[in-house]
Ligand binder design. Structure first.
Ligand SMILES: [Zn+2]
Length: 163
């Protein structure tokens, strides 16, 4: 196998699954990151949506439901393959935002414009909190969600096996 086709193969394998984490500022947009490693910082969501339950919007690239993967293995149970690491400091169980006056945080929740549904889940995270990688993979970005340059319009994509 040529070096080039090996690169293509590795690239194909490592991009088999990906997730976008938005409303965070990553410490970098490229390179490898390990599960549980420092990824970045929660942006000031209260500045844009006063009174909201601040959260990281977590969305699978294929728009499938990440809820099951989000439930981390917590002590005293041993870590198991397939579940993600804690994403936000202060929220060790990756608790999902409930409902507030801006909407609800679960997958498929209706959105105010009446069109479409919530295509990800919202993991509760206080403004300024430290954010960690849910699984190991390759970073890419920046990922914009609002496309308006507001204080929370930043994020990153992680491509990997999802574990
Ligand atoms: Zn969301």
């Amino acid at each position: 196998m040529s070096a080039l086709s090996l690169v293509a193969l590795v690239s194909l394998v490592s991009t088999g699954y990906c997730v976008k984490l938005v409303c965070i500022h990553p410490i970098r947009y490229h390179g490898q990151i390990q599960r549980g490693q420092h990824l970045g910082r929660m942006l000031p969501m209260q500045r844009v949506f006063p009174g909201i339950v601040s959260h990281i919007h977590v969305e699978n690239c294929d728009h499938s439901d990440p809820t099951q993967l989000l439930t981390p293995d917590v002590p005293p149970f041993p870590q198991q393959d397939g579940h993600w690491a804690t994403i936000c400091s202060g929220n060790p169980t990756n608790e999902i935002r409930g409902c507030d006056r801006y909407g609800c945080g679960y997958y498929g929740a209706p959105r105010k414009n009446g069109k479409g549904k919530h295509s990800g889940v919202d993991v509760i995270c206080a403004d300024g909190a430290t954010v960690y990688a849910p699984f190991s993979g390759e970073l890419s970005g920046p990922i914009k969600f609002f496309h308006n340059g507001n204080a929370i319009d930043d994020g990153v994509k992680i491509s990997g096996s999802g574990k």
